[in-house]
Structure formats: C-alpha cells, structure tokens
Design a protein around this ligand. Sequence first.
Ligand code: HEC
Ligand SMILES: [Cu+2]
Length: 316
Amino acid sequence: MDNVLAFGAASGQAGRVDALFVMIAVIGGFFFFLTQGLLIYFAVKYRRRLPDRDNETPAITGNPLLEFLWILIPSIVVVVIFYYGWRVYTDQRIPAAGATEVHVTARQWMYEIRYPDGRTAINEIRVPAGKPVKFLLSAADVLHGFYLPDFRVKMDMIPGRVTTLWVQPDRPGSYQIFCTVYCGTGHSNMLAKLIVMSPHEYEEWVEHGGREGDEGGEHEPLVVRGERILSNAGCLNCHAVEGKEKIGPNLRGLHGSKVPLEGGKSVTADEEYLRESIVDPGEKVVKGYPNVMPTYKASMPPDDVRAVVEYLKTLK
Ligand code: HEC
Ligand SMILES: [Cu+2]
C-alpha cells in the first residue's frame, strides 16, 4: 500500500483499515462494472429495430429463483462488509491492555503534550515502538482534531471533554499529526510529530529526563530549545544561518549589529528588536527586503520566542 497512499501503513491496525477499504472498493467496483456493463449490453442488444414486427416484448411474470438470489447474494455481501468493518472498528476503539498513556491538549495553535511522569513537550510526542499507546485528547479553547494518517486514525479534540485514541506503532520513525478541524488563522500551522523510538533509545531518553539530544522537555536549555523551535517553525525556509542568503537576511551576527530599516532609520538589534521581528515583523522592515515574513504572534508562545531570541544571540 505504501505507494498507493500518500502515507504508508505504520501499524497492523492501519493495514487492516486499508484492507477493508480495498475490499469495499473491489466489491463496489465489481458490481459497478457488472450493472453498467449489462445496462449497455442490453441497451444495444434489445434496441428498437425496424421493421418492428418480430420485436414484441415477452410477458415475463416473475422468476422466484432469480429474485431469491438477488436478495440473498447482496445480503451476504453487506453482512460480510458489516462484520469485517465492525471488527476493525472495535479493534480501533478499544485500547490494548497495558497501553502507555499520553495526554494531549490542543489550543490555538499547537499541541501540548503531557506524559504521566510529568514530562511535557510541545508538538512532539515520543513513544517506544512495539507497545500500544493511548492518547487522552482534550482542547483548551475551540474544537481541534488529532489525525495520524499513517495509522489511519482520527479523533476530535473537544473543550471540556476527554476523547481517546490508541495506536500500536510497529517501527521507529517520525509520523505526521494534523489538526483536521478548521480552528482559526493558525490552523494550517498546527502540526505535530509522533516520534516512535526503538525501546532502547526511548529508555535512554526517559532516563535523561526526556531531553537528550535535540529533544523537547521541561529542563532543556533555552538555547537548545530555541534552535529546535527555529528549525521546526519554518524560519530556515527564509533565513540562512550560514552560507548563501535566502529571502530574508542571514541571521548570523545579527545580535548587536546596526540594522538599516526601510524609511531611512536604523536600529540596533537588541533582544527587544529580535523579539519584535518575530511577533511583529512588519513593524520594522529591514532595508532592501520584502515585507513578507509572517507574524508568529499567534503560533509561538512568548516562552518559545524568548528561547529563539536566546539562540539567535549565540549566532556570532
Ligand atoms: C516567508 C519568509 C520568512 C519566514 C518564514 C521567516 N522570516 Fe524572518 N524575515 C523575512 C524577511 C523577508 C525579513 C526582512 C524584512 C523584515 O524585516 O520583515 C525577515 C526579518 C527577520 C528578522 C530581522 C532580521 C534583521 O536583519 O534585522 C529576524 C530576527 C527574523 N526575521 C527572524 C525570523 C524567525 C526567528 C523566524 C521563524 C520563527 C522567521 N524569521 C521566519 C522572512 C521570513
Ligand atoms: Cu486546531
């Protein structure tokens, strides 16, 4: 299925959903071609011909065997579809015993992750491979969605209510999470990742307080966190930190420098200027550059902005 669908099946469960889908599509396709084919065939074979004398319609009054079969066969087919669909559905809804629990709260426009042992993260869920995971979903403001296309599961995130979803990730990898409910202007930025680690790597990560390497977590140094946010927030699509300049100014060496602005003034790039450049980029536009940078006011909480600014200060 990997090449047919944009997201390959990442679990046995997802494979069963695909199989069910293919089964229904094949049955539907079979009957579509059967009925439409017969329609065309009969229309041609029994079309009105001149002279019309030999062409009288026979008076058919009924055929009990045929009627019996066309009730029986479709009934069996839909019962099979129902049974198979019900099996897959219940399997998808009832979490396997011993599932690891992860709490996820959506707000405009991000996912806040809370693990049972108190670790927290933003937009990044880490779990070990080969173990079932149960997500307890809620929302802080408006309706949001939690969609894991690789696992073929999706659930609404509703303010004031906890909904659940579970998956059994088979292999390590990074899987996309989408918000599927239009939740405001930052909706399309509401992206997160489910990172499935090998059990061994996961153990190590937890032992290091969930902040090993480039990972999130509560005690991550600001600079490390800032670098991570910078690379996750799309800044590097427009800004280089080394090498060739992109759409926006190169960010290395910016802190403390004198920046010429559109309109003739100039400004010293202190922390406040850096902060303002992120949350209100149109306020002071750098001379010679287009005013195209999006505002991060809504999508980046002040803490994250602070971390990014701290990181920018290290780019000497
Ligand atoms: C769509 C492209 C784009 C994206 C995405 C973008 N920027 Fe910008 N940025 C620009 C452009 C163009 C400018 C120069 C014009 C201006 O000042 O608005 C700029 C200016 C800046 C400046 C001021 C630079 C200077 O030389 O004074 C900073 C700091 C900055 N961006 C940081 C960021 C950060 C941090 C992110 C990610 C959170 C980001 N930008 C995302 C295009 C972008
Ligand atoms: Cu949302």
